[in-house]
Each structure stands twice: as C-alpha cells, then as structure tokens.
Unconditional design. Structure first.
Length: 94
C-alpha cells in the first residue's frame, strides 16, 4: 500500500500505484479530490506528453503545483492516464 501525506494529512492511498521514473502515480479515485485544485501550469515530457498540475490545500496552506497528471498521455504512458504523482513536498511511503 502506498500512502501520500502532506502536513500529516493522508491525501492519497492505493495498493495499485504505477511507478514511472521513480514516482508513484496514484489512480484518480485514490486521491482526496476535495484537497486538489487544477492550475493553469503545464509541462511537456517527450515520451509521456503534456502534464497538468494540481495545487493541494491542507489545513489552509496551499502547495502550488505540488501534483501532476497526464490527461492525454502518449501511447507509451497510457497506463498512467489521469494518475497523480507528487513533488517531494508530499511524502510517499510504501
């Protein structure tokens, strides 16, 4: 079971994460959606495609662009479509 925590709050938990480039990608239904807000930030990965980002708010503290996901990944990354990964501000344990 992989668990993602931020400020002592569990924000995602799953026994079905996908590990890509050392990052756990959590299925969309395993994250606490009420804590996540999409942002206008986007980046590009040559093999995964264009990433979109979430700001995560826990206990009134906003962590801008602390999580990302691929809403329309390239074919080689189709298995992580809409799965959520986190920057190191979020602790992921297994």
């Amino acid at each position: 079971m992989a668990t993602a925590t931020l400020g002592g709050t569990v924000i995602a938990q799953s026994d079905d994460t996908k590990i890509v480039e050392g990052n756990h990608y959590f299925p969309p239904d395993s994250v606490s959606g009420e804590l996540f807000t999409t942002t206008d930030h986007h980046t590009h990965c040559p093999w995964k495609g264009d990433a979109s980002y979430y700001t995560i708010e826990v206990d009134g503290v906003k962590h801008e662009n602390a999580a990302w996901f691929y809403p329309d990944p390239k074919a080689d990354a189709a298995h992580i479509k809409d799965h959520v990964a986190f920057y190191p501000v979020v602790s992921v344990t297994t």
